[in-house]
Design a protein around this ligand. Structure first.
Ligand code: ZN
Length: 175
């Protein structure tokens, strides 16, 4: 009986996260889901992160510099995903997987071998095994760009920008 109850709770959680991700508008809202799913799966959180957008080589999705609060997301790559797919669910899933990866680094896991399996575990627990987010977590976010000749593409280099109000919803917490 207790097991059944917890299964039902899990499936409600999955439904809720799926619909939040599908409807998220902008980086700040996807970020809220990243933090909520990490809190739910690992019971860890960190506030005060900042997001920057920059045009980076297309084989790099994002990075976090150790000892800073900064995550830098590859705007050029996100733009290509946006051009290739009109599905908000897919674009948000792509951004979610990249941001989740960097958040896990920022939570004190420097190694890829620690972060990658956790990105998969958290995605699976939050969205279910058959969701596109979990597939991207398993196969790598570049999976959705297969067939696009990234190496032959010219990437415009624009100035780096900060995402305003990235952590808007967290301003009430002072830690
Ligand atoms: Zn990494």
């Amino acid at each position: 009986m207790a097991r059944m109850k917890s299964n039902m709770k899990d499936s409600l959680k999955v439904k809720d996260y799926r619909s939040r991700l599908e409807n998220a508008e902008g980086y700040g809202e996807v970020w809220e889901i990243v933090k909520a799913t990490v809190k739910s799966s690992l019971n860890e959180r960190r506030v005060g992160m900042m997001l920057f957008l920059d045009d980076l080589p297309l084989r790099l999705g994002a990075y976090h510099s150790l000892g800073t609060n900064n995550i830098v997301l590859n705007r050029a790559l996100v733009n290509i995903v946006e051009a290739a797919s009109k599905s908000k669910r897919l674009i948000n899933s792509f951004v979610y997987v990249l941001l989740l990866h960097e958040y896990l680094h920022a939570l004190g896991r420097p190694r890829e071998s620690q972060v990658r399996p956790l990105v998969y575990k958290i995605s699976r627990e939050s969205f279910g095994p058959d969701h596109i987010t979990t597939q991207l977590a398993e196969l790598g976010p570049w999976y959705i760009l297969k067939g696009i000749p990234l190496d032959a593409m010219d990437v415009p280099k624009r100035v780096i920008e900060i995402v305003k109000d990235f952590e808007k919803a967290d301003k009430k917490y002072i830690i």
